[in-house]
Design a protein around this ligand. Structure first.
Ligand SMILES: *Cc1c(COP(=O)(O)O)cnc(C)c1O
Length: 344
């Protein structure tokens, strides 16, 4: 059988033989005692990369976001976020259940909030209102189609946050995609945030893992909540080794994924009835609307599957395809051919 071209998500990647070798050979210890040398090395590396004091290894991007928000808010506080952001929309209501905060959602353009919108959403300091405590941004923005947060806007938002005494969290699940595409170092993005989460298990190709990065004081707090949430792990260097391998080897190659996404968006753009702006495809996520073809997203998804190409319907008429290190140029060619057969 022909290999499936799986474009549902960049989480479907499997660890390469080299990554597995690093995992097999990892030195390990009990990380709850802080004695796993490989975890410690990964945390040090992550903190250095983002130029922050400390970092902590956790099991998922969801846990990373939830811990960062929990450690910087109190029950009854309000946080400001885009209405389609991951930590509001796709984390099982965790911020309400675990942190007890209200989310004041505003709608960004492709997930990007402007400083003026955020300013308007900050509650007055009056006992009638919840206390606005934190601003949460996402870079790249998943639902925004992998959109990159403009650094100038982040800087303006930081200035506002400083004036208002607010904390800032960055959901950087795909921060390395943003960095490779924009040429802006991850530490340059990170410097404007109190906490940053990023995933090893997406474009970087690891089987598991995310990090929260911030000041030593904040990460110490996060550490306590990680334990509370049941996230303390033992000889987890076996997984952290994959993370070190990924940070050493899999960052620059993200540009290949971005190239493949461009190729795909260009091909889609040439098909009558498909709505997509290729200029908006900045990284590895391609979202296109099939309404004009007379088909819906589910039937396009089903018919692509019959031809060995997997994508995800994101709304009744919108389909998402994500490129990653387990799809090469040849796979993309097959995906584009299948799309042509179905939609042209
Ligand atoms: C995938 C993702 C996460 C977290 O994902 P997990 O599946 O919990 O690891 C967080 N934020 C964004 C923007 C994501 O795309």
């Amino acid at each position: 059988m022909q290999k499936l071209v799986d474009l549902r998500s960049d989480t479907v990647t499997k660890p390469s033989p080299e990554m597995r070798k690093a995992m097999v050979e990892a030195e390990v210890g009990d990380d709850v005692f802080g004695e796993d040398p490989t975890v410690n090395a990964l945390q040090k590396k992550a903190a250095e990369l983002l130029a922050k004091e400390a970092s902590i290894f956790v099991s998922s991007g969801t846990m990373a976001n939830q811990l960062a928000i929990r450690a910087q808010t109190h029950h009854g506080d309000e946080i400001i976020a885009d209405k389609n952001c991951h930590n509001f929309k796709f984390e099982s209501g965790g911020v309400a259940a675990l942190s007890g905060v209200l989310v004041h959602t505003i709608e960004g353009e492709r997930g990007i909030l402007k400083v003026e919108q955020i300013k308007e959403a900050i509650r007055p300091k009056d006992h009638h209102f919840a206390i606005t405590r934190l601003i949460s941004l996402e870079n790249t923005h998943n639902q925004g189609g992998g959109s990159i947060y403009p650094l100038e806007e982040i800087i303006r938002i930081r200035e506002l946050a400083d004036e208002e005494g607010l904390a800032m969290h960055l959901d950087g699940a795909r921060l390395f995609n943003a960095s490779v595409a924009s040429g802006i170092a991850v530490k340059e993005y990170a410097r404007y945030f109190d906490s940053v989460s990023f995933c090893l298990s997406k474009g970087l190709g690891c089987p598991v893992g995310s990090l929260v990065v911030g000041s030593a004081e904040l990460i110490d707090k996060v550490h306590r909540y990680r334990k509370m949430y049941g996230g303390g792990m033992r000889q987890v260097g076996i997984i952290a080794a994959a993370g070190i391998y990924a940070l050493d080897h899999n960052i620059p190659r993200l540009k290949e994924d971005h190239g493949n996404a461009k190729e795909l968006s260009g091909a889609l753009h040439r098909i009558k009835g498909v709505a997509i702006n290729p200029e908006e495809v900045e990284t590895n996520i391609v979202i296109f609307d099939v309404a004009g073809t007379g088909m819906d997203a589910q039937s396009v998804t089903d018919r692509l599957r019959e031809r060995g190409v997997l994508v995800l319907p994101r709304s009744p008429t919108r389909v998402r395809a994500v490129t990653h290190l387990d799809v090469d140029v040849e796979d993309m060619g097959r995906a584009i051919e299948a799309i042509h057969q179905i939609l042209s």
